[in-house]
Write a protein that binds this ligand. Sequence first.
Ligand code: ZN
Length: 197
Amino acid sequence: MITGPIKNLIREFRKLPGVGEKTAMRLAMHVLGAPRQNAKALADALIEVKEKIRPCSACFSMTEGDICEICASPRRNRALICVVEDQAGLMSVENSGTFFGLYHVLWGRLSPIDGIGPEDIKVGELVKRVAAGGVEEVILATNPSVDGEATALYIKKALSPQGVRVTRIARGIPVGGDLEYADALTLGRALEGRSPY
Ligand SMILES: [Zn+2]
């Protein structure tokens, strides 16, 4: 019978993505057997990331300052905005090495089943950003899942009064797949092969 602090630890590990009961148990047992300083380093790293890292005030990607490195860089094309669902999506596009514009991180996707509506993700902020001017193209790089497609369609409609060019990354990514798991070459091609949406 597992109770008290160990049970709490297992419960917290279970909240992590991709961690089931068995893995949570194994991680908890690992922490129990590890030196105290290792556990403290892990706890400190968790707290530090929450205290120091916050969303960029322009694109909402996670950063240490007010503006992220990408938004601050003079080498990025400010007329291009690539819309991704989360930080993992941003990293995938960035790692493809084929995109030199700016990003907009939605922090989620529309999902009526889960009760996630437009006000729960950073869509309004994107519309405002485009309305502020200077943006020529918005590339929709939400995941090729049902929710990702619905989100892309919603954004296209929300942006249509502004007359900005809206494109969607090509179908190189398997349907139902996740940007995070697409290899850099496939994603690079999907970006280059984007078409009007
Ligand atoms: Zn930024």
